[in-house]
Design a protein around this ligand. Structure first.
Ligand SMILES: Nc1ncnc2c1ncn2[C@@H]1O[C@H](COP(=O)(O)OP(=O)(O)OP(=O)(O)O)[C@@H](O)[C@H]1O
Ligand SMILES: [Zn+2]
Length: 740
C-alpha cells in the first residue's frame, strides 16, 4: 500500500516552496524520520513531518501525481516531537520557512549522506558505543575505506588533545561551596522554570552550573545537560572544566561539542551522539540550542546577555530565547547566568512591585566574589587633559609597569582590529575607501593588506597614493595591531624581576584565525609567559585569567555617542566584564599586596555610566536604563522587528519598503492597529558589497499583535517583490533585532 507523507525540505520563503511537500512511501514513516527525496532534478535531505490537518490543501493532492521518497535513513530514532515543535516555533516566530529552519538545525554533512554511507556510520557507532563521539579510530582507517568516504579522513581531528584526555581522568578536587553558591543551588531545587543567576564576575557561577548538572545527571541515568557559551573561544576552557569534573565518572569523552569550528564530519558525529543520548554533557555555541536531544534535563546559558547568541543572517534566531522556550516546553530548568544580565532578562526576573507583577523568571543573586576577592577599582583618565594623539596615558603606562614588576599581568582592550582604521594621503586627502562599501578599508600591517571588514575585499598596501601619486601615505587612528607594537616598544626598555623584558601578546580575530592559535595564545596567558595581553572584546568576557591585576580600556567613547539605544547597555556590560578579568585570584593579589584596577581613558569622565561603573552598580544602572526605556517606549516595554531591503540603489530599496508599508495600511493587516511602522531609512553602513541597504522599524506594545502582523505581511512581501523588479536584491525580517 502506498502512503502519503509530508516532508520538510530546505527552502526559504522567498523561493516559494515555504511549506511541506508531499511524497509517497512504501511503508508508513513516523514523523521525524530522515529521508532523501527528489526535488526537481536533485535529490535532497528531508524530514518527514506530522500529518497536515485534514482541511489542509496538501491533503487533497492526488497521490498518483506524487513522487516517491527515494531513501529512508533508518536505523535510529526519528527526531522527536519536542524537537519538531521547537522548529515550528522558531520558524513561525522568526518568520522563516519550516524547512529552512529544520534543515539548518541539522549538521550539514547529513545533506550528502547516502543510505550506504549512513548505515556504515551507524554500524561503526554500534560497534564502538563506548566512544561517544565516535572518534579516534579513523586515524588507522584502511586506505580503501578512506578513499570511499573522503570526508572521513578529517575525522581524526575530532579527537581531544592527548594531554587533555589524560587530564580528564585525574579527578579534580571539588571546592567547598560558598554560602551564596549553596543558597543558589538550594533555590534551583525547585525544579523547572527559568532562573536568572545574577552573579558578579568571579562569584563562582560555573561551579553552580556544574553542581546543578551533576545532581541532575545522578538523579536520572539518561539525563543530558546543555551548556551554552556565546563564543567559540570560550569552549576550550569549558570543555576542560567539564572533562575534569565528569571525566572520572563518565569517561574521557563525556562531552559533545557543537559549534562552527568543527569539521562537517565531527559535527555530524557529535550531533548523532547527542541525538542518540550516548553523550550526556553537551557544550556549544548558539547553534547547540537547535540540536536534537534524547533526554534534555537542564539548559545553562552562560553570559546570557551576550549579543553573539543572536544569529545575524538567515533565520535570525536568538539562542537564549529559544533555550527559554525549549526549557518551558520540556518542563526543565533553564539557568541564565551573567554578571551583567540583558535588560530583557533583568526585567523578566523583576520582583512584584506596586507598578508591575513579578516577572516570569526567578532571580538569584551572588553579589560576592569567591574568597573575599575584590572587584576592580575604577581609575579614569581624562583624555581632554592630554595631547590629542595620546594612545595610552603616561600614568597608565607607569601603573602597568608597576604591576609587571610585581609579577602581575595586564590587559589592554581596544575594540578595533587591524593596524589603523584607514590609510590617508597627506598630499591630496585620498582615503582607503572600499570600492564596494560605504566604509574604509582597514590597514593590516601583519600581512601588508588593506581589508574591508564588511565585504572582505582586500588589496595590497599601495606605495603611492592611487589618486595623486604622492608617497606621503600615513595611517590614521589605531587598531589592536598598532597598540601591540606601541606597547612592546614602550615596555622593551623595562626589565622584569627575572631580567627579561615584558612580553606583549595580541588576541583578536586576526591573530586567532588559524586552527589552534587561540588555544595556544590562551595557554600562554594562563602559564604566565605573557605579561601584557592586548585584544578586542573577544578576551573581555568569561575567561578565568588568574594573574591579571590591571585591565585598561583604551577608547570606549564611541559607544557613548552611538544612536543605538542599546549602546550604553553594551558598553556597561563590556566594561564590567573587562573589569571582571582583573583580580580573580584573591590569593595571588594578596601576595602582590595590591588590589585590582580597571583603567578607562575617556573624554567624558562625568558620564553617569562611569559613575555606576565605579560603584559596581549593575542594579542601579539597569534601573536607570529601564526607566529611560519605559519613558521612551522601547524594549523590553515594546517589541520590535526590522524589515530590511537590499537593492542596487538606495531609492529602490526604500521604494520597496514604502510600497509594503502602504499596502499593509491599505489592507488593514491583522494587528495593524497595534503596530507602528516607521518610515524607511538607510542603514548606518549604507552600502555593503555593492548592495544599498535600507530598513524599516516595526514596533508594538503587544508581541502577539506584532507576530500576527508579520505573518500577514509575508504574502504581501512576496507580491511586492515581483513588482519591485530587478533592482531589488533581497529582503529580510529581523524579529527582536539587537542592532538598530
Ligand atoms: N566554592 C569555591 N571555592 C573556591 N574557589 C571557587 C569556588 N567556586 C568557584 N571557585 C573558583 O573561582 C573562580 C571564579 O569562578 P567562575 O569562573 O565560575 O566565576 P564566574 O562567576 O563565572 O565569573 P565570570 O562572570 O567572570 O565568568 C574560578 O577559578 C573557580 O574555580
Ligand atoms: Zn567592502
Amino acid at each position: 500500500m502506498t502512503h502519503c507523507v509530508q516532508v520538510a525540505l530546505e527552502a526559504p520563503f522567498h523561493s516559494g516552496i515555504g511549506h511541506l511537500l508531499s511524497y509517497t512511501a512504501e511503508q508508513p514513516l513516523p514523523p521525524g524520520t530522515l529521508v532523501r527525496v527528489p526535488l526537481g532534478s536533485r535529490e535532497v535531505l528531508g524530514i518527514v513531518w506530522d500529518e497536515a490537518a485534514p482541511d489542509d490543501a496538501a491533503a487533497a493532492i492526488d497521490a498518483a501525481s506524487l513522487r516517491p521518497v527515494a531513501q529512508v535513513l533508518d536505523g535510529q530514532a526519528p527526531l522527536a516531537s519536542e524537537w519538531r515543535r521547537l522548529m515550528e516555533f522558531a520558524a513561525r516566530y522568526y518568520q522563516r520557512s519550516l524547512g529552512e529552519v529544520a534543515l539548518m538545525a541539522l549538521p550539514a554533512a547529513l545533506q550528502d549522506q547516502g543510505l550506504a554511507q549512513w548505515h556504515k556510520r551507524l554500524q561503526k557507532i554500534a560497534r564502538d558505543p563506548a566512544e561517544p563521539a565516535a572518534k579516534p579510530k579513523a586515524r588507522r582507517r584502511p586506505r580503501a575505506v578512506a578513499s570511499a568516504e573522503p570526508a572521513l579522513a578529517q575525522e581524526a581531528a575530532v579527537d581531544n588533545a592527548p594531554a587533555e584526555r589524560v587530564a580528564a581522568l585525574q579527578p579534580a578536587p571539588r571546592p567547598v561551596l560558598t554560602a551564596q553558591q549553596q543558597a543558589v543551588l538550594d533555590a534551583l531545587q525547585q525544579g523547572g522554570g527559568t532562573y536568572l543567576l545574577h552573579g558578579v564576575t568571579g562569584s563562582g557561577k560555573s561551579e553552580v552550573y556544574l553542581r546543578q548538572a551533576e545532581a541532575l545527571l545522578r538523579q536520572d541515568p539518561q539525563a543530558q545537560v546543555l551548556f551554552m557559551v556565546p563564543e567559540i573561544n570560550l569552549t576550550p576552557q569549558w570543555q576542560q572544566l567539564l572533562q575534569q569534573r565528569f571525566g572520572p565518572w563518565l569517561g574521557p569523552d563525556c562531552v559533545a561539542v557543537l559549534h562552527s569550528g568543527l569539521t562537517p564530519v565531527q559535527r555530524l558525529n557529535h550531533w548523532l551522539a547527542v541525538h542518540q543520548g550516548r553523550v550526556r554533557l553537551v557544550l556549544g555555541t548558539r547553534m547547540a540550542v537547535l540540536a536534537s536531544f534524547a533526554q534534555l534535563r537542564l539548559i545553562v546559558v552562560d553570559e546570557e546577555h551576550d549579543a553573539s547568541y543572536k544569529q545575524q543572517d538567515g533565520a535570525r534566531y536568538h539562542a537564549r530565547d529559544l533555550a527559554v522556550w525549549r526549557g518551558k516546553q520540556l518542563g526543565v530548568p533553564v539557568v541564565l547566568g551573567s554578571a551583567t544580565p540583558s535588560l530583557e532578562s533583568w526585567w523578566n526576573s523583576r520582583p512584584a512591585s506596586a507598578e508591575a507583577p513579578a516577572g516570569h523568571y526567578r532571580r538569584l543573586s551572588m553579589p560576592e566574589r569567591v574568597g573575599q576577592g575584590q572587584l576592580a577599582a575604577l581609575r579614569m583618565v581624562d583624555m581632554r587633559q592630554l595631547p590629542r594623539e595620546t594612545v595610552l596615558a603616561p600614568s597608565l603606562l607607569q601603573a602597568m609597569e608597576e604591576r609587571l614588576v610585581q609579577g602581575e599581568q595586564c590587559m589592554v582592550l581596544l575594540n578595533r582590529r587591524g593596524y589603523a582604521p584607514v590609510l590617508c594621503c597627506g598630499a591630496c586627502g585620498w582615503k582607503s575607501d572600499c570600492p564596494h562599501c560605504s566604509a574604509h578599508q582597514v590597514l593590516h600591517k601583519a600581512d601588508r593588506s588593506l581589508r574591508c571588514h564588511h565585504c572582505g575585499y582586500a588589496s595590497r598596501i599601495p606605495r603611492h597614493c592611487p589618486q595623486c601619486g604622492s608617497t606621503d601615505l600615513a595611517p590614521l587612528g589605531r587598531g589592536t595591531e598598532q597598540l601591540e607594537e606601541m606597547l612592546q616598544q614602550a615596555l622593551d626598555a623595562m626589565a622584569l624581576p627575572d631580567g627579561r623584558a615584558p612580553l606583549v601578546l595580541r588576541i583578536d580575530a586576526d591573530s586567532t584565525r588559524h586552527k589552534g592559535a587561540l588555544q595556544q595564545s590562551l595557554a600562554q596567558v594562563h602559564s604566565g609567559a605573557v605579561d601584557v595581553l592586548v585584544g578586542t572584546q573577544m578576551i573581555a568576557k568569561g575567561h578565568d585569567f588568574r594573574r591579571i591585576g590591571l585591565v585598561a580600556v583604551a577608547q570606549p567613547d564611541g559607544a557613548l555617542y552611538s544612536s543605538d539605544f542599546r549602546a550604553p547597555e553594551r558598553l556597561f556590560a563590556l566594561l564590567m566584564q573587562a573589569a571582571g578579568r582583573a583580580g580573580r585570584d584573591a590569593g595571588y593579589m594578596r601576595d602582590g599586596a595590591s588590589s585590582p584596577e580597571l583603567w578607562v581613558q575617556t573624554r567624558e569622565p562625568g558620564h553617569p555610566l562611569f559613575a555606576a561603573l565605579a560603584r559596581h552598580d549593575y542594579e542601579g544602572f539597569a534601573c536607570q536604563q529601564l526607566h529611560d526605556r519605559q519613558q521612551a517606549g522601547m524594549p523590553p516595554f515594546t517589541h520590535q522587528a526590522l524589515l530590511r531591503a537590499d537593492a542596487r540603489s538606495q531609492e529602490t530599496a526604500q521604494a520597496f519598503l514604502r510600497m509594503v508599508q502602504q499596502q499593509a495600511r491599505a489592507q488593514a493587516l491583522p494587528g495593524h492597529d497595534w503596530v507602528t511602522v516607521y518610515p524607511p531609512v538607510p542603514l548606518g553602513v549604507q552600502r555593503v558589497a555593492n548592495a544599498e541597504r535600507a530598513q524599516m522599524l516595526l514596533e508594538s506594545p503587544s508581541r502577539g499583535a506584532l507576530q500576527a502582523f508579520l505573518q500577514a505581511l509575508q504574502p504581501l512581501l512576496q507580491a511586492a517583490r515581483s513588482e519591485a523588479g530587478r533592482g531589488l536584491l533581497r529582503w529580510l525580517v529581523d524579529v527582536d533585532p539587537l542592532q538598530i
